[in-house]
Design a protein around this ligand. Structure first.
Ligand SMILES: NC(=O)C1=CN([C@@H]2O[C@H](COP(=O)(O)OP(=O)(O)OC[C@H]3O[C@@H](n4cnc5c(N)ncnc54)[C@H](O)[C@@H]3O)[C@@H](O)[C@H]2O)C=CC1
Ligand SMILES: O=C(O)C1=NCCCC1
Length: 310
């Protein structure tokens, strides 16, 4: 039996292009929410590594439409001190769906960076106000960078603002991104008047409060992926129209959804399918937790491009 190929982070970075990834993810989100069982994806199984303040998540998914079977394994850690090791590290195992043969083991860290930002961009395309001039990013780590990249590529914001907890992180962010950014010294300063807000922090308590949010703004809430972690306050969660990637995941994993008691209006895939409206004139929250099918679709794109180059 042939050995699986190993695909490095550098290769994934080169091969995974937003232009191809975004439309594939949009189709996958629609198929997931079609109610026809076209995508098989259990809620992520997560174990706590208490001694080190970490978690290990296993995310299998199968799509007959894409003919893809994969599992991502992702480790993530909460840290008080800065570290050169990324807070999230992942690998994706890609199988031949017909026989279950392992075809590839590839870096999943870059896949996680890019597919998460791409899904936020899809949500934003549907849910942002018609006039969206100001983008605000709360958090200045890895996801902040990938969100900056795709949001400035897909949309025409007049101003991009960033807030981060530490000066060191924000300075690194400002040096990494290729384009202008206004560094804000408080969350309030960053948020006031913003049309689109992205929360990509490791916060466990709310950092974004309803009183600062412009009516009609769209928020992509990407952090706080544990049932007792928060990024958004109760008032914001309850007053905004709430979209999620998966209802099942949000009810099991999202502290912002579970603890606020906010009602879920729709899955993003239902909006893609036209089964639920995109209420872009209202204040909207897209609660993202991440889906195995997003990783599987991205991994197939990488593998197919890699194969084409051999
Ligand atoms: N929804 C999804 O599909 C995914 C969500 N995530 C989540 O996105 C968030 C960002 O991830 P990365 O950028 O990879 O992490 P990172 O570690 O690179 O960046 C995290 C940022 O949050 C800041 N931060 C840490 N504690 C904070 C606090 N208490 N209050 C405010 N800011 C704080 C850090 O200074 C840093 O700027 C995390 O919560 C992560 O779990 C990550 C991957 C996928
Ligand atoms: O979808 C993912 O991948 C992750 N989501 C929440 C945090 C860990 C990684």
């Amino acid at each position: 039996m042939a050995m699986p190929v190993l695909i490095s982070a550098e290769t994934v970075e080169k091969l995974l292009q937003y232009g191809e990834l975004v439309p594939r993810l949009e189709v996958a989100l629609g198929k997931f929410s079609s109610g026809k069982g076209e995508i098989v994806q259990p809620v992520r199984s997560v174990l706590a590594i208490e001694k080190y303040n970490g978690y290990l998540g296993v995310m299998p998914a199968y799509s007959a439409h894409d003919d893809v079977l994969a599992t991502k394994i992702v480790a993530f850690y909460q840290r008080d001190q800065p570290s050169s090791i990324p807070a999230h590290q992942a690998s994706v195992l890609l199988f031949d769906p017909e026989h279950g043969t392992l075809k590839a083991v590839m870096d999943g860290t870059v896949i996680t960076e890019k597919r998460t930002a791409a899904v936020s961009a899809i949500a934003t395309k549907f849910l942002k106000p018609v006039q969206a001039d100001v983008l605000c990013i709360l958090g200045s780590g890895v996801q902040a960078v990938s969100h900056y990249e795709i949001f400035t590529e897909m949309f025409s914001f007049k101003e991009v603002r960033v807030w981060g907890r530490t000066k060191e992180n924000v300075d690194r962010f400002a040096q990494t991104v290729r384009g202008p950014v206004r560094v804000c010294s408080s969350v309030k300063e960053a948020v006031l008047g913003a049309d689109v807000i992205v929360t990509v922090t490791m916060a466990t308590e709310p950092v974004l409060f309803a009183e600062w949010v412009k009516p009609g703004a769209h928020i992509n809430a990407v952090g706080a992926c544990r049932p007792d972690w928060r990024e958004l306050d109760d008032t914001l969660m309850k007053s905004a129209v709430l979209y999620v990637d998966t209802r099942e995941g949000a009810m099991k994993e999202s502290g912002d959804v579970i603890l606020s008691g906010a009602e879920i209006f729709a899955e993003l895939g239902e909006v893609v399918n036209g089964d639920k409206p995109a209420l872009h004139e209202k204040t909207t929250v897209f609660k993202s937790l991440g889906m195995g099918i997003q990783d599987a679709v991205a991994a197939k794109l990488v593998f197919d491009s890699w194969n084409a180059q051999q």
